[in-house]
Design a protein around this ligand. Structure first.
Ligand SMILES: [Zn+2]
Ligand SMILES: [Zn+2]
Ligand SMILES: [Zn+2]
Length: 105
């Protein structure tokens, strides 16, 4: 049987819990805004997308080599493998009910 996934990294994902439902973990600490959120499907790290100033989801991949993220935006089920530069939709994983916006300061 062949896997429905474009690479083995998607097949290897398992259930994760979001590390936070407040927003990008690092942005919250440093007071930086974000645009959209991504969740690491290896450990549940919530980070910000590449349209955000600090690109913490990609930074998390560089630091940990956790290969697969999923969009952590309402209604979005796509995932991305950094190692193979492949997208797949839908991938299982947590999805917030509404967009999590940065705190207004
Ligand atoms: Zn892959
Ligand atoms: Zn961030
Ligand atoms: Zn991770």
């Amino acid at each position: 049987m062949s896997s429905p996934y474009p690479c083995g990294h998607f097949a290897a994902i398992h259930d994760v819990q979001p590390s936070t439902t407040e927003g990008c973990v690092e942005c919250l600490q440093m007071g930086s805004p974000w645009v959209h959120l991504r969740i690491c499907l290896a450990c549940g790290h919530v980070g910000c997308c590449d349209d955000s100033p600090m690109k913490h989801a990609t930074a998390h991949f560089r630091a940990t080599k956790h290969p697969v993220i999923k969009s952590f935006e309402p209604g979005e089920t796509w995932g991305w493998c950094y190692l193979d530069s492949t997208m797949y939709d839908p991938v299982p994983g947590p999805t917030p009910r509404r967009h999590i916006a940065p705190p207004i300061r």
